[in-house]
Design a protein around this ligand. Structure first.
Ligand SMILES: Cc1cc2nc3c(=O)[nH]c(=O)nc-3n(C[C@H](O)[C@H](O)[C@H](O)COP(=O)(O)O)c2cc1C
Length: 307
């Protein structure tokens, strides 16, 4: 069986995407992950200007592949992104998704405009990071009007490049936000960013362990949250969804696709098991489809919505 797919006109060898912030720090990193079997790679979130991120410790392993992180979106700025994307293009023919960070609406808009000139295959608007709240307040993805406004401003600067908007699970009604973002011009939704914020305390020092005190949760424990988010969004919108959160096996990928995802993002499982995890997940997806006489992977999308 062939897992190849087309997403918003972008040809991919399979439906798997390297999630933003994981290994995507240099062009050669991103190209290596694509060589190891993902259908597309997402850069870490790009800022227009240098952004320091948080002090160490930034990532804690909670066991069973689960993480809490407060990396805080470190990035060198647009020139670093240019080098990263240009070097990726020399090394790989795989599609590249560029994630965008920002603090203010105008900053997002300016960064989208600058990144669009670097011609990524898709622009992913990260308006949902839960571990920069101390710096910037609640993420725009937690407010229906701000999420829509950010999308509108970004869409006007993307040109022909498709725009995906990455949503937060840390809201009362993610479907309502997805609908607003769709109406504002998004071509796709990415769900979910990390869950939280949460906190881990060292009971010997009675202090939070992360330097930022709080961080976002990811890994297998958040998969049910991601599956429910994708399920709710699929019911609410017509645009395709990239489902992310706790995916580490072919069965996980099939599950989030049945909830409604067209593509499947993988993050923490790559931190845990390296980029070889993509070939493993793809092989398991293929085996499952064969066993269930599925000829094309797209037949799986939204199956959980059949009555
Ligand atoms: C260490 C780490 C860094 C991350 N950095 C980013 C980032 O820069 N931009 C972003 O949109 N999401 C970032 N994320 C969130 C992931 O892309 C993903 O949405 C989330 O971790 C859930 O997927 P997972 O359970 O497969 O990791 C990061 C996650 C982790 C664990």
């Amino acid at each position: 069986m062939n897992l190849s797919t087309k997403f918003l006109g972008i040809k991919m060898v399979n439906s798997l995407v390297l999630a933003s912030g994981i290994l995507g720090v240099t062009g050669s990193n991103l190209a290596a992950v694509c060589r190891d079997g993902c259908g597309a790679a997402t850069t870490k979130s790009i800022w227009l200007k240098f952004h320091a991120g948080h002090a160490n410790p930034t990532v804690l392993h909670l066991g069973n592949g689960n993480l809490i992180n407060a990396v805080g979106l470190p990035h060198g700025g647009i020139e670093e992104a240019r080098v990263e994307i240009e070097s990726f293009r020399k090394l790989s023919k795989s599609p590249l998704f560029a994630s965008i960070a920002g603090s203010r609406l105008e900053e997002y808009a300016a960064t989208v405009e600058a990144v669009a000139k670097l011609k990524p295959d898709l622009i992913e608007l990260n308006i949902s990071c839960p571990n920069v709240e101390d710096e910037f307040g609640k993420p725009f993805a937690c407010d229906v009007n701000l999420a829509a406004e950010a999308t509108k401003l970004a869409k006007a600067r993307c040109g022909k490049i498709p725009l995906a908007v990455k949503l937060s699970p840390n809201v009362a009604n993610i479907a309502q936000i997805a609908k607003a973002v769709e109406a504002a011009g998004a071509d796709a939704i990415v769900a979910i960013n990390t869950v939280g914020p949460g906190m881990v305390i060292d009971i010997e020092t009675a202090q939070p362990i992360l330097a930022n005190r709080v961080g976002g949760l990811s890994g297998p424990a958040v998969k049910p949250v991601a599956v429910k988010a994708v399920y709710d969004i699929y019911k609410a919108v017509k645009i395709p969804i990239i489902g992310v959160g706790g995916i580490s096996s072919g069965r996980d990928a099939i599950e989030i696709m049945q909830a409604g995802a067209t593509l499947v993002g993988v993050g923490s499982a790559v931190v845990d098991g390296g980029s070889e995890v993509f070939a493993k997940i793809a092989k398991e997806m293929e085996a499952w489809c064969k066993q269930h006489k599925i000829k094309n992977i797209s037949e799986v999308i939204g199956l959980a919505h059949r009555s």
